[in-house]
Design a protein around this ligand. Sequence first.
Ligand code: SAM
Ligand code: SF4
Length: 363
Amino acid sequence: MLLANQVALVRLLLQLCITNVHALLSALLVRMTVWMGVRPGPGPGQSQLTARQQLRGSRAEKRRDPDRVLVTSPRSVNYHFTRQCNYKCGFCFHTAKTSFVLPIEEAKRGLLLLKQAGMEKINFSGGEPFLHQRGEFLGEMVRYCKQELQLPSVSIVSNGSMIKEKWFQSYGEYLDILAVSCDSFDEDTNRTIGRAQGRKSHIENLQKVRDWCREYKVAFKINSVINTFNVHEDMTEHITALNPVRWKVFQCLLIEGENTGGNSLREAEKFVITEQDFQDFLDRHKSIECLVPESNQKMRDSYLILDEYMRFLDCRAGRKDPSKSILDVGVQEAIQFSGFDEKMFLKRGGKYVWSKADMKLEW
Ligand SMILES: C[S@@+](CC[C@H](N)C(=O)[O-])C[C@H]1O[C@@H](n2cnc3c(N)ncnc32)[C@H](O)[C@@H]1O
Ligand code: SF4
């Protein structure tokens, strides 16, 4: 009798041990998943597509374009969280068609879903990203992505006109790259394009932001749209003096419903240049090593773009066709409608050293 009780007691103790070890191991596994950035299965709000549905979708997609690489991982994402802007660039292809901005907690939920799906780089764009809540909304997303989601790269594209030094003091440490758009080093040309507000000088502003980037250790980039008004300019001297880590040179692109066609807010036809004119501009600036050219074709399908509702925008047909929101159907389902071509993304040099910790910068 005594022996039977002792055996039962030992069995009970053993069982308790096993349960605890199991719980401990499970907790450890969850932590490791987060530390190592391993993707967990679909969470609440994420797609529950069966493997067969996913396979069927990818086969149909392959039939349409056999060379197409299907992505399931949104490695680098551009989130245009607002369409509002203080400038009026005549060629703008992301115009103020709505004034909607997600509440910050919903935006963060979407960013977490993207991180869980494999996002490594986020770029905040617009509209003008520093306009909403005077940059505080943007700052909180930048901090969240770097500090809490620990993304290797957090960047912004801005017209630069609304950035204050205080923003760098609060959020500069969380930001890897700041790109400021500048299409001309002639103030009149900037005004003609619409890249101006009132009497303020866009070029003086650009210089001020460049200096803050140096002071607050943020990598500085420049974006320029080549169009009929600046196509003959030689920007070599100015770009060399500003010394950006990257100078992205875009060929002006038309997008139906944004800057061309019936219900668009801009008519950008008069800004469009030929392939040859674009090539001549590139040839004139070939001494600049950090120049990264982007023709119309490269731009159309090599970006993963999220709009203000967190819908992927497919630009392949020359307009912006939205997917469902990742907040409603999850990343895996929405991304199938993004039009993103990973081959083109790699071809345009989309994967580069994008974390400031890995850049050898002379601040
Ligand atoms: C839509 S803007 C939003 C961010 C910010 N407002 C700015 O201008 O930098 C993002 C980038 O797209 C570029 N862009 C706008 N319209 C374009 C077009 N039609 N073709 C090529 N690039 C364009 C801008 O110059 C900018 O570098
Ligand atoms: S391209 Fe010009 S108009 Fe368009 S969002 Fe940027 S600054 Fe505003």
